[in-house]
Design a protein around this ligand. Structure first.
Ligand code: GDP
Ligand code: K
Ligand code: MG
Length: 256
């Protein structure tokens, strides 16, 4: 019987381990990831008739393969295929958190966004419209404070609901990029050795000259589209934030 696994992902210092502790209490094991001295925390959450394994992944800003922490997080998502991925964002630094979120949405569905540290956001005068965020991103959003416990029950309910009903929303790039992605993905779909990977994701990573994916596919795209892809992500994030967060002017968020 395969366990139902929930992975916690997020930038460093956003409160992943704090949320992990809120969810699992004392039911947790701390070890190292294989071959490296990066801490691995696994715990369990029982809620109603459902038992979930919760994994606290190392902090990361992207799903690239450059640093050990990025690689651990990315390999876990690809190799272990957790049932749900929770992207934990910092309410004060949502822009950076959403950048990671979009990269997860490029890879898979069944993603929940947690906007943590809402206590700090409130103090800073930020007003985050949870419903608007959820509507624009097309995924469940839960606002939490690991410091006060606010939103933790709602997060548990949301996780249980998410493992019961799977959703596969893909976030889309510009038409030109989408055409390139579709052409590459079609090509990768024909390769039996790549069948266990998401062809769309392989295509996106190829456009970014991701060296691991290039090794895997044995194929290199002529031009590196990394900056175009990053620009498209940021443009999308700015649009989302411009309607869902008020009070950002004071925090130097550039919404031009
Ligand atoms: P991680 O690096 O993502 O695992 O972050 P941690 O869980 O270690 O938290 C980083 C710091 O932020 C710690 O000092 C926490 O006590 C603090 N912190 C985490 N969540 C919250 C929150 O919701 N509100 C406030 N005010 N502080 C928080
Ligand atoms: K913090
Ligand atoms: Mg941590």
């Amino acid at each position: 019987l395969k366990k139902t696994t929930v992975a916690l992902l997020g930038n460093p210092n956003v409160g992943k381990t704090s949320i992990f502790n809120c969810l699992t209490g004392s039911k947790q094991i701390v070890a190292n990831w294989p071959g490296v001295t990066v801490e691995k925390r696994v715990g369990s959450l029982k809620h109603g008739d459902i038992a979930l394994d919760i994994v606290d992944l190392p902090g990361t800003y992207t799903l690239g393969s450059r640093s050990i922490d990025e690689k651990i997080a990315r390999d876990f998502l690809i190799d272990e295929r957790p049932n749900v991925v929770v992207v934990i964002g910092d309410a004060i630094n949502l822009e950076r958190s959403l950048y990671l979120l979009l990269q997860v949405l490029e890879l898979r569905g069944d993603v929940v966004l947690v906007v943590n540290a809402v206590d700090e956001a409130r103090k800073a005068g930020l007003e985050i419209d949870k419903n608007e965020l959820g509507k624009q991103l097309g995924i469940p959003v839960v606002m939490t404070s690991a410091a006060t416990g606010e939103g933790i029950e709602e997060l548990k309910e949301t996780l249980v609901k998410s493992v019961r009903s799977s959703s596969h929303i893909h976030y889309l790039f510009s038409e030109e990029i989408e055409q390139r992605i579709e052409a590459l993905a079609g090509r990768f779909r024909l390769v039996p050795a790549l069948s266990e990977f998401d062809s769309r994701w392989l295509a996106i990573k190829s456009l970014e000259h991701d060296s691991e994916v290039e090794k895997l596919t044995g194929f290199k795209v002529e031009k590196d589209f990394s900056s175009e892809l990053a620009e498209t992500r940021y443009r999308y994030i700015k649009r989302v934030l411009s309607t869902s967060v008020k009070g950002k002017e004071k925090h130097g968020w550039d919404l031009s």
